[in-house]
Design a protein around this ligand. Structure first.
Ligand SMILES: Nc1nc2c(ncn2[C@@H]2O[C@H](COP(=O)(O)OP(=O)(O)OP(=O)(O)O)[C@@H](O)[C@H]2O)c(=O)[nH]1
Ligand SMILES: [Mg+2]
Length: 385
């Protein structure tokens, strides 16, 4: 499947850039990547997204909107048509889906994304998925011992949690699904989002790429093509259309690849290196286990998931069918759901076996419940701002 990836605001633009960089040449799923921000400073470091696909808007707001969501919403409303027109530099009308990246907590992304998602839903038939980060608690206050100031560009964002909840509320009923990445749980002690955002964005992009690149494969089972291919409609079924929350798990296992075989493929002898069945089974089991029980992009109770998708990929000789089927049963019993889709992603040049698990409809999520409980009730769901 082919995605139009659109980043809005500082975080959104950086995440769109990271996804574009992670897009594999051979199974490319990014048709276009765009970066929209009110702040010209966020262009710094954007290299994979061409100039034609970057746009600064909201002329009065040089330097961003500094967390003022009210203004963000007004600017978003005013400029949404302009932004939608900018997408014509790509190929939005043939996209299989839109992936709109945003850092929840700010004003630019949080204010524009609800308007943009609504607009895309009326302009195009393709589903609109939002990829959203949740703010870390430590962003709310200045770091201790710093005269009440935040470090270089690690803004203090006292409104981050409230903004995040309000933007999520506004997306309800507009976005097909919201794939979450929780900054809080991906930060280590003492780290700030500003310090380690490139690492966070790489981690997130790796998961997004592992999942969506499997949907860009050719099927058929022969010559390293996927045997069970996942496509845009499978993704649509799992992510749904009711603004359900989704989370991604990812696990990899380094394996011994026989360089003379599949990697160079010119030898007269086996084009498939021989792999012990037991080793292949164990590599698949291990990566599925890591994906399911390792750190998810948003921690949740797998048992709460309504639907799930498992993709297992790697060098073809390692993709043991029986182990992949077992992996699916593992996901089935962990989620208690029967709506599980699975696919495989042969990577003849790969050096790892990997598994990606997408859990969807995972509400209630304790982290989101906590965010909501800390938000002043009056502001919840208020749509007149
Ligand atoms: N994972 C990740 N999160 C980020 C990054 N940058 C910011 N964030 C998070 O996203 C939230 C919003 O920050 P920005 O995206 O900079 O905000 P904005 O949309 O530009 O809005 P304003 O700057 O307020 O106009 C922050 O509170 C952080 O939690 C990033 O590069 N990666
Ligand atoms: Mg900004």
């Amino acid at each position: 499947m082919q995605l139009e990836v659109i980043g809005v605001g500082g975080a959104g633009c950086r995440i769109a850039e990271a996804i574009r960089r992670s897009d594999p040449a051979e199974h490319s799923f990014v048709a276009d990547a765009f970066a929209f921000d009110t702040d010209s400073a966020s262009r710094v470091g954007l290299e994979a997204i061409p100039d034609s696909h970057r746009h600064r808007y909201g002329e009065t707001s040089e330097g961003g909107l500094d967390g003022n969501l009210q203004r963000g919403l007004a600017v978003g409303e005013e400029y949404v048509d302009e932004l939608s027109r900018r997408l014509d530099a790509g190929s939005p009308s043939v996209a299989d889906a839109f992936l709109v990246a945003v850092g929840l907590g700010g004003a630019t992304g949080g204010g524009t994304v609800p308007h943009l998602v609504g607009n895309l839903q009326t302009l195009y038939d393709a589903p609109v998925y939002v990829l959203a980060t949740l703010p870390a608690r430590r962003e709310l206050e200045p770091p201790p011992g710093n005269d009440g100031r935040a470090d270089a560009d690690g803004h203090v964002r006292p409104m981050a949690e409230e903004n995040a909840v309000r933007t999520l509320d506004r997306l309800d009923g507009l976005a097909n699904a919201v794939i979450c990445f929780d900054n809080e749980s991906w930060l280590k002690r003492g780290e700030t989002v500003a310090d380690v955002r490139d690492r966070l964005n790489r981690e997130l992009a790796a998961r997004v790429a592992a999942f969506f690149s499997a949907t860009a494969d050719a099927g058929g089972g022969a010559d390293g093509a996927a045997e069970t291919i996942v496509d845009a409609s499978d993704v649509g079924r799992i992510l749904g259309s009711g603004t359900d929350v989704a989370t991604i798990g990812y696990g990899t296992q380094r394996v011994e690849t026989d360089g003379g075989g599949s990697r160079f493929g010119l030898g007269l002898f086996s084009s498939e290196p021989s792999v012990e069945t037991s080793e292949a089974v164990s590599a698949v089991e291990t990566s599925v286990g890591k994906a399911l029980r390792g750190k998810l992009t948003l921690e949740c109770e797998p048992a709460n998931a309504s639907r799930a998708m498992l993709v297992v990929g790697g060098p073809p000789a390692w993709l043991n069918r029986r182990a992949i089927a077992d992996g699916r049963r593992t996901i089935e019993s962990a989620t208690g759901s029967s709506e599980i889709l699975g696919g495989d992603a042969p990577r003849p040049d790969g050096e790892d076996v990997f598994a990606v698990v997408v859990l969807a409809g995972v509400d209630p999520v304790s982290r989101l419940e906590a965010l909501r409980s800390r938000t002043r009730p009056l502001d919840r769901g208020r749509r007149d701002a």
